[in-house]
Design a protein around this ligand. Structure first.
Ligand SMILES: [Zn+2]
Length: 307
């Protein structure tokens, strides 16, 4: 059996796991990343957590084949090019060489959402499929596209920014430089913002979970906001279905735990507006790996040949 370390770096935590070839998490660990942590501190935190997992593997006499790392940003050949503004110094950063030298192991790096999608593809909701669109709904919207059994990143891995397709061409400005992007309407952040404006409740006192609860109580603002949120998401997904004709569209991120009603609302719009022949094999489903998707997917960069 082969084993690899899978690292999932987010804006607030770094998660690590020792993963076996068949997708079992042997050990897990998690460390906070300070809100204003500097680049070297972040690198040290990652280094420590990798060391912790490798030490445990060694003690259990399991040999580690390499390290897979998922990080926010646009990644090409192990280098973070940019696009991860929440992490200090996270541009033109050769993570693969840095950690490969530190541990004398093979290191591969890709975008965090790509790797969550890869995790669901190998071990989760899209197991057994060949063509998959994955979306993670959170602060923003991340995406991954799997075509014919392999992760598709566009030329030099610059693409599949699925949260930044335009759903309102004259909509508000987006951080990406565009206007009216999907994530401005359908991220959890957008849902909370809209509900806050409607209800007058301070944004800091709200969560996606709270709005879902109110939805189930038929509170009109919550019903309206969740319907808007899922409508935009459904229209976006109809476009992805028309483009990729996936077998599954997998919805991840905290709010996807809201329950089947959430998937049903999204599906209603997506299936109504897609081209029927493009989507007649498509199922829209919730992710099944939860918080482990990123670490599992990262490890597959080492454990699976096609990556
Ligand atoms: Zn955008």
């Amino acid at each position: 059996m082969k084993y690899a370390v899978g690292i999932d770096l987010g804006g607030t935590f770094v998660k690590a796991a020792l993963v076996s070839e068949n997708g079992k998490l042997i050990f897990k660990s998690k460390s906070p990343i300070g809100f204003s942590a500097k680049k070297q501190t972040i690198l040290n935190t990652i280094k420590e957590i990798i060391k912790e997992i490798i030490d445990k593997a060694t003690a259990a006499q399991l040999s580690v084949e390499g390290i897979g790392i998922g990080t926010p940003g646009i990644i090409y050949e192990g280098i973070v090019l940019g696009g991860s503004e929440n992490l200090d110094g996270w541009e033109n950063l050769d993570l693969a060489t840095y950690f490969s030298k530190a541990f004398n192991l093979r290191v591969k790096v890709d975008n965090d959402a790509n790797l969550m999608g890869l995790g669901e593809f190998y071990y989760g909701a899209a197991k057994g499929c060949t063509d998959v669109v994955f979306l993670t709904i959170g602060t923003g919207i991340g995406g991954a596209v799997i075509i014919n059994g392999a992760l598709y990143g566009g030329y030099k891995n610059r693409g599949t920014e699925l949260g930044h397709i335009v759903v309102e061409h004259s909509g508000p400005e987006c951080n990406c430089g565009g206007k009216g992007c999907l994530e401005l309407y359908s991220s959890t952040t957008a849902l909370i913002k809209q509900y806050s404006e409607k209800s007058g409740i301070n944004i800091d006192d709200l969560s996606g979970y709270y709005i879902v609860e109110k939805y189930h109580e038929n509170e009109p603002n919550a019903v309206y906001c969740l319907q808007e949120h899922t409508k935009y998401l459904g229209h976006g997904i109809a476009s992805f279905i028309n483009t990729f004709a996936p077998q599954k569209v997998v919805i991840g991120g905290g709010i996807s735990d809201a329950g089947q009603f959430y998937i049903d609302l999204i599906s209603k719009t997506a299936f109504k507006y897609m081209m029927p022949d493009c989507g007649n094999h498509t199922k829209i489903v919730g992710a099944t790996l939860g918080n482990d998707a990123g670490s599992l997917g990262a490890a597959t960069l080492i454990l699976k040949k096609s990556n």
